[in-house]
Ligand binder design. Sequence first.
Ligand SMILES: NC(=O)c1ccc[n+]([C@@H]2O[C@H](COP(=O)([O-])OP(=O)(O)OC[C@H]3O[C@@H](n4cnc5c(N)ncnc54)[C@H](OP(=O)(O)O)[C@@H]3O)[C@@H](O)[C@H]2O)c1
Length: 287
Amino acid sequence: MQTITLNNGVTMPQLGFGVYQIPNEQTAEAVYQAIKVGYRLIDTASIYGNEKETGEGIKRAITDGIVTRKDLFVTSKLFILQAPEEKATQTINQSLETMGLDYLDLYLIHQPYGDVYGAWRAMVSAQKEGKLRAIGISNFKSAKMIEFVGLNEVKPQINQIEVNPWNQRIEDEEWHEKYGVQIEAWAPFAEGRHDLFTNSVLSDIGKKYQKSVGQVVLRWLMQRGAVALAKSVRPERMAENFDIFDFELSQEDLHTIAQLDRKESAFFDHDAPQQVEWFMNRMLETE
Ligand SMILES: NC(=O)c1ccc[n+]([C@@H]2O[C@H](COP(=O)([O-])OP(=O)(O)OC[C@H]3O[C@@H](n4cnc5c(N)ncnc54)[C@H](OP(=O)(O)O)[C@@H]3O)[C@@H](O)[C@H]2O)c1
């Protein structure tokens, strides 16, 4: 597995498995199967409601001798918090307890709202205590990331943002490189939006290497130096998405893929009032 070294020296797998929208009753099995396929980076979040089942899948893989805890790189995230630092500390401890783990490899501020500075102080303390190996942010636009780096002593190791062929984030990549913050791509397939899996440009590139559209997209992200998270509940697709380390896209392919960029989210704008309203309602539901 290819790895990436973060700005605090911690290394992480470049390709990972995400559990967003996997129903609770399927999550433990999906995580177990993903580890069996070879994934070592597992991504969940408190708001996904499946931290417990994610922990169960991990525990089963360790008990069965497929991996040790050290082989894995486990991520969770805290959602928007009304009361800041102490609440964030409680949330971190709660994530650990729910997942049945002594430490997490990566913990992220899920959304750029609420008291992100108080949450960050709690995360920095937890990192010093050894509860979190790496810490970062998610869904921060580049301007907000720059402000956050500038106003904190410890800078985030990761910013987990939407990156896919429709929303390539080329300029954001440049800003993140400048500030030493690693980009981690969520929804690399844009969850199939705009008919991604049948797109003729991507499938024609795939045919040259006997690879699927999904494999071309993940390979493109690997060659861009991004960490990428793919989700599937089907073991055959998990294996397909993992089988991307035996071919290389040419410069011409990369140039062709660059033409697909729509420079806008395939989902929503994180700053749109109705979206922020939705986040705030989710926050109140989780109180
Ligand atoms: N930080 C954030 O705000 C944020 C937001 C969204 C996502 N994420 C993270 O990023 C991870 C990935 O994003 P995502 O789950 O939203 O979307 P995604 O990985 O872009 O797409 C997942 C969808 O693609 C299908 N799929 C997967 N592999 C396929 C293949 N080879 N061929 C055809 N279809 C395939 C899956 O269906 P099946 O399951 O039926 O195979 C599923 O419907 C999440 O699980 C989560 O960990 C983070």
